[in-house]
Design a protein around this ligand. Structure first.
Ligand code: ATP
Length: 882
């Protein structure tokens, strides 16, 4: 026989024997006769046979059990393959759709580019467009490829692809309702009504309303799906344990065919098992991110709105706590930590609890009730021991978090004031402070690890080793008992039982240990929960219209003993009465009547009084008929430079006084960021948009364009939405003599340049930018605090005349009498200690006397001119000699 036919004959023989093996395997294991069945018919025949085995009670028990296992494995694997295929198909469809959309958009982009990054809806909601993570990644890769120097201002780059996000409008009713819930838990009102009172659980209950607002919310769906996968995981573990035992028994008993079948099941079940584990992890991350989104939006809704909580929060009674002191850190890091910790604690508790329930049911069948009770007694003892040795991780986590915030904030402060520090050569002081804060942070981090050390030793000893040892004992109990009672020792079935029990015991031990580990996590979570709860309570308090600016010390004076005894009268309710002044809005002017200017503090109206019974008004005479004129701006007339803007004559008041006498505080009261404490104090202000306050310290938005700086506080989206044009801004820059910025090299496109404007513009330029803002917004009333102290005298003269030309009503705050000439009224704070003041119309006798005084001073100075000229000549001659 030649070589080739021999090889062919051998391969035919091998094929035949493999075929026989498969046919015999089916016949022996599940009693299925495969003779005459073709390959395409195989699956149908197999499934029908398995179903028949399941249904007919007369079939062999062994065959029936195997049929069940096979059917389950096939079902799960089928589900897994189907879901994977669906997912893949979905991905392909999405890809094709995005390619199609991209090609269409690409074609249109040059014709109709979308310039808005967000749109305000009439419902109060907002649609935002954020760059898609994919395109950001691409941009980053491109940027790093052609790295360019960063000291140059950047132009705004168009973002390739963006994602649309809908932000729900704020529900004021929910905020109002939650305010009381938070207050109740903060004051511990449930202490008397609840049998088992836990501060943590109560806090968690209130917070959960934000995290999962309703049963049909997507977060509750995610939670349900997660629980489903957790149950599935446990069930699969149980199944794997049984299979494991069966495989070992097959090996010991030398049953090759059964071994192959069980192994096939093993590989099939591995598919859904690994899918389930990954799904649980993904769902946990997704849930944590969703929680973070909900909580952050909730915080932003209160922190950043018309009530100015972000400013007022410094006056709250809790402002000294690390949560509020580093509120930026609390909003960013603590929220993330809290959400991560909540989800991981949930998964860490839910997983073992489900395991415990399932495994104990199964083990009860194998070990008997006594064994299961023994296991649980063991758990309780361990839980008690571990609880005793758990360090106060909540407090430690909270103190570490606050050290983290201090360190981060100091670095932030360093960046914000880098130029000032460089001028002062303050590196050493700053470095020592930074090092100190860093050491504190390291110390607290290490302290946490040190305190965990002892606990970890005990935990490892008990959970890893003692429990496994006990596991072996419990797993062997049924075998020993059966062998003793029957005096027969069947090695292979004993082996199977032992392996299954051992695996379950170990899984049970693992479940228990995870449950015990979560004691530590819960302790840490209490710390984060407390921080977030404090943050939200403070925000609710500050956001409230009745915020009392942290008045606490005055309480005993204001609340009588009877009030305090009454349980239903909360201290908060009484504190509300502390601010007794009246605020009138939509007034056609700015009026302050009998207002005591008091620094807000815990002492409320007993605090430092800067100015007493202040009274003034601009314009001095208000026509009743024009009381509503200020609420609407006439956009058609806004940018006509030749047209005086306002119909009225325009009035002006100068508030003059020495340093720290309370001039800026008057502006704070007008802007309603400080309260009017005294009962007969009245503040009347114009409608929103008609009043514009320019603070002493110029402010520039970070990462904004030059346009953003001019139109602040309007966003560029709104700027274009309202139909404004860049040429309007160019006109304004000309008015305030800043148009040379555009002429430098980039022309009008300089309006699109993004830079750190706070550092880029000079002091005088920054102040002129303030005037540009006034010219853009054209408010009827302007309050200027030292708005021209960095500007040259001729420019100052020009700018004040500009305000007059446009007939703005303005209040200027200054300590320089030279500004008197631009104003109609003068409010002079005469005595800082008694807080007395004097109001006069310029042009009256007193004003003339005041100006006369200034003229006298200047004349006196001029008398010395001749002497100074001689000194100058002397110095010049000295220089010539040198
Ligand atoms: N948030 C605050 N907490 C405590 N004290 C404050 C606060 N804000 C201002 N003060 C104090 O109030 C006083 C008056 O401050 P204000 O800013 O009104 O002075 P000013 O008259 O504008 O002074 P200057 O001309 O120097 O700007 C100062 O002594 C200041 O320290």
């Amino acid at each position: 026989m030649t070589q080739k036919p021999r090889v062919m004959a051998e391969s035919v023989l091998a094929k035949d024997s493999l075929k026989r093996l498969i046919i015999n395997l089916h016949a022996t294991c599940i009693g299925l006769k495969l003779k005459g069945v073709t390959l395409p018919q195989y699956l149908r025949v197999l499934l029908r046979h398995l179903m028949q085995l399941q249904k007919s009670p007369g079939s062999l028990l062994e065959h029936r059990t195997r049929a069940r296992v096979l059917l389950l494995s096939l079902g799960l694997s089928g589900a897994f393959v189907a879901s994977s295929a669906t997912y893949a198909a979905l991905l392909i469809v999405r890809k094709i759709y995005s390619l199609y959309r991209h090609s269409r958009l690409h074609g249109r982009r040059s014709i109709l580019p979308r310039t808005r990054s967000q749109t305000q809806l009439t419902t109060g909601g907002r649609i935002m467009y954020i760059p898609e993570s994919k395109s950001i990644l691409e941009m980053m890769t491109n940027n790093s490829a052609n790295e360019k120097p960063t000291d140059q201002p950047e132009f705004v780059k168009p973002v390739a692809e963006s994602k649309k996000i809908y932000i729900r409008p704020r529900d004021d009713d929910v905020i109002e309702h939650d305010k009381y819930l938070f207050k109740n838990v903060e004051l511990g009102r449930a202490k008397n009504s609840q049998i088992f009172y836990s501060k943590f659980l109560n806090q968690m209950h209130v917070l959960s309303r934000i995290l999962i607002p309703s049963v049909i919310d997507k977060n509750s769906m995610l939670l349900i799906v997660q629980i489903f996968f957790l149950v599935m995981r446990t069930w699969l573990s149980l199944f794997v344990a049984k299979l494991d035992g069966q495989i070992v028994r097959d090996i010991i008993a030398g049953k090759g065919k059964r071994f192959i079948l069980d192994l096939a099941c093993w590989f099939l079940i591995a598919l859904p098992a690994s899918y389930t584990n990954s799904a649980i992890k993904l769902l946990q991350r997704k849930l944590s991110l969703n929680f973070r989104v909900y909580l952050t939006r909730y915080i932003h809704d209160m922190y950043l709105d018309k009530n100015l909580a972000f400013y007022k929060v410094i006056f709250d009674s809790k402002s000294a706590s690390s949560v509020i002191k580093n509120i930026d850190n609390s909003i960013t890091s603590d929220v993330t930590r809290f959400c991560d910790a909540t989800c991981s604690v949930f998964a860490n508790i839910a997983k073992p609890v489900i395991d415990l329930i399932f495994f104990s049911f199964y083990l009860r069948h194998n070990l008997g009730s006594f064994g299961v009770v023994g296991i649980f007694v063991n758990y309780f003892i361990t839980g008690y021991l571990l609880r005793r040795f758990t360090p106060p991780l909540g407090k430690l986590a909270s103190s570490k978090s606050s050290a983290d915030g201090d360190y981060y904030n100091y670095h932030l402060n360093l960046i914000n004031n880098n130029e000032e520090i460089a001028f002062y050569q303050g590196t050493q002081v700053e470095k020592s402070k930074v090092l100190e804060l860093y050491e504190i942070l390291m110390d607290r981090t290490l302290m946490m690890d040190k305190r965990k050390f002892n606990y970890n030793v005990i935990e490892d000893y008990i959970l890893k080793y003692t429990w496994s040892g006990l596991g072996y004992v419990f797993a062997s109990i049924p075998i020993v008992l059966t062998t003793l009672s029957t005096a027969i020792s069947s090695e292979d079935s004993n082996m199977k039982e032992f392996i299954v029990n051992k695996r379950l015991m170990l899984s049970l031990a693992d479940a228990g240990s995870r449950l015990m580990h979560s004691i530590k996590d819960i302790s840490q979570l209490t710390g984060y929960t407390n921080r977030i709860f404090t943050l939200l309570c403070t925000l609710h308090r500050v956001h409230s219209r009745n915020f009392n600016y942290g008045a606490i010390e005055t309480l005993p004076k204001l609340i009588t003993a009877v009030d305090l005894k009454r349980s239903d009268s909360s201290p908060q309710q009484n504190k509300q009465d502390i601010i007794q002044g009246t605020v009138q809005r939509n007034f056609n002017g700015v009026r302050i009547e009998n207002v005591d200017v008091i620094i807000p503090s815990v002492r409320a109206n007993e605090g430092s009084k800067l100015i007493k019974k202040l009274t003034f008004q601009i314009p001095p005479h208000i026509e009743q008929s024009s009381s509503n004129v200020n609420s609407v701006q006439d956009l058609r007339r806004v940018f006509d430079a030749n047209l005086p803007f306002f119909d009225g004559p325009g009035s002006s008041l100068l508030i003059l006084g020495p340093n720290s006498c309370g001039k800026s505080s008057v502006q704070r009261i007008i802007a309603e960021i400080w309260p009017v404490y005294n009962k007969n104090g009245l503040l009347s202000v114009p409608s929103e948009g008609a009043l514009f306050c320019v603070p002493q310290k110029p402010y520039f938005t970070r990462g904004g364009t030059l346009r953003d700086q001019i139109i602040y506080p309007l966003s560029s989206d709104e700027f274009f939405d309202r139909g404004f044009k860049d040429r309007d801004l160019v006109q304004i820059l000309k008015e305030v003599h800043l148009d040379y910025l555009l002429k430098r090299d980039k022309g009008w496109s300089y309006l699109d340049v993004v830079a750190d404007w706070k550092d880029l513009l000079s002091g005088g330029e920054k102040q002129r930018m303030n005037f540009a803002r006034i010219m853009f917004h054209k408010p009827r009333f302007v309050v200027l605090d030292e708005a021209t102290n960095a500007i040259s005298v001729d420019m100052e003269d020009y700018l004040f005349n500009l305000l007059k030309r446009y007939r703005f009503n303005f209040i200027s705050i200054s300590q320089r009498p030279s500004l008197i000439k631009y104003h109609d009224l003068l409010l002079e704070i005469t005595d800082t200690t008694s807080g007395s003041w004097q109001l006069q119309a310029l042009g009256t006798d007193e004003a003339i006397t005041s100006i006369d005084h200034e003229i006298d001073e200047l004349t006196q100075k001029m008398a010395n001119v001749h002497k100074w000229e001689l000194e100058r000549e002397e110095l010049r001659s000295k220089l010539a000699v040198i």
